[in-house]
Write a protein that binds this ligand. Structure first.
Ligand SMILES: [Zn+2]
Length: 396
């Protein structure tokens, strides 16, 4: 199978994530890719299920069984990849007309993560034709909405916990999540919590400010305290050898409706990067308690996290990473275990107890860019490594 052609097919099917915005248009949501995948899986004779997560946003899973399938005591492996891409505003290339040039494929999603999807599909198709080589059962899961909240991956966990699915009746023994890792094996990444902090005042005409209370000015001492927190406190909360220290950042501030009105509300948005294994709620609470001590509980309100994504801890995936690196080595690729700073669907699977690593073709530096591309040679190498992994017994 031509992995390049598959990638070009996928790039030409827009699957833009609305990223929580109220936007309409043909480019949005994943259903075109889902339909392509359905045709693909039925074309190779793999059993599949579609699971609606939101309207026009279906996860699709497909499975092939080796002689000793998961039902017969064999391991259940899962390849997982997201179907969505980030938006295309500001791109300097045609987002959905794949361009092949100088050993690269250009287009939205080429790197993140339709390249990885094409590699997984190539390995999956090859194994569908040689099921006797599969160690256990191989499930391929293509999820929705990775880029804005990981709800597709979260629904896969719900699926295996509910027992509703014939194909995914339990937690997989090993999960490979596709993201652009340049063929290295990611064993740890940070998580993130994002939430709002609000100050309230009293609106009056700006000609009589003494009669009101200025919510923007009230935010001042909070910002100073948070600045101190991010410089002196948060970095002392721990360190991970592969991903470093936790961080806090204030990214957005809004308040006021006109220059001649004393503002009655000011809101900031906070972004706290978590160590792998760090509890997101505890991290937010720590900031809260710090602010209470600095400025008093009356001075502000927290609006609970609108995004919570745990990190990927490396406490139970060392053996899996070793197997992946060994498979890569047999294919002539020197993959190594690494940590990264960005979040992935692995965040949903790790806390559920699964052994998870992240692996795929392409450089994360090329993801989400205005001229997104992936190196062609990495696509087939990734496919070969995934095939190699699925055909060798654990530890073999
Ligand atoms: Zn991605």
């Amino acid at each position: 199978m031509d992995v390049v052609q598959t990638l070009c097919d996928l790039v030409s099917l827009p699957s833009v994530n609305p990223m929580g915005r109220n936007v309409q248009g043909d480019q949005y949501l994943e259903y075109r890719v889902t339909e392509y995948l359905e045709r693909f899986f039925s074309g190779i004779g793999a059993a599949f299920e579609r699971i609606t997560v939101e309207p026009r946003r279906d996860n699709i899973i497909a499975r092939i069984d080796g002689p000793r399938s998961a039902q017969n005591g064999g391991p259940l492996l899962m390849f997982e990849v997201h179907q969505d891409t980030v938006p295309v505003e500001g791109m300097t290339i045609e987002p959905w007309t794949p361009l092949r040039r100088d050993g690269r494929i250009y287009g939205r999603g080429a790197c993140d993560i339709k390249g990885g999807m094409a590699s997984m599909l190539a390995a999956f198709k090859r194994l569908a034709a040689e099921p006797e080589k599969i160690q256990g059962s191989l499930l391929m899961a293509c999820s929705v909405n990775e880029e804005f909240g990981f709800t597709g991956a979260t629904d896969l966990v719900r699926l295996w916990e509910s027992g509703e699915s014939k194909l995914l009746p339990r937690m997989p023994d090993a999960i490979i999540v596709a993201e652009p890792t340049s063929l290295d094996v990611v064993v740890a990444h940070k998580g993130v919590s994002r939430w709002l902090c609000r100050t309230r005042g009293k609106a009056v005409h700006s000609s009589r400010p003494e009669l009101g209370e200025n919510a923007i000015c009230k935010m001042g001492p909070i910002l100073s305290a948070l600045d101190r927190y991010q410089k002196e406190i948060v970095s002392e909360l721990g360190e991970h050898p592969l991903v470093g220290r936790p961080t806090l950042s204030v990214g957005v501030i809004s308040g006021g409706i006109s220059v001649n009105t004393v503002p009655d509300e000011c809101v900031i948005q906070l972004d706290r990067r978590l160590l792998p294994g760090e509890d997101p709620d505890a991290a937010v609470r720590h900031v809260h308690d710090f602010l209470v001590a600095e400025v008093g509980a009356e001075a502000f309100e927290f609006e609970m996290a609108y995004l919570h994504a745990a990190g990927l801890p490396d406490d139970n995936n060392a053996a899996l990473a070793e197997e992946m690196c060994a498979a890569a080595k047999r294919q002539g690729v020197a993959s190594k275990p690494i940590g990264v700073l960005y979040g992935t669907d692995a965040a949903a699977f790790g806390p559920a107890g699964g052994a998870v690593v992240v692996f795929g073709p392409g450089d994360i530096g090329q993801a989400h860019t205005v001229d997104e591309w992936v190196e062609e040679a990495q696509l087939s190498r990734a496919a070969d490594i995934l095939y190699e992994f699925a055909t060798h017994p654990a530890g073999g």
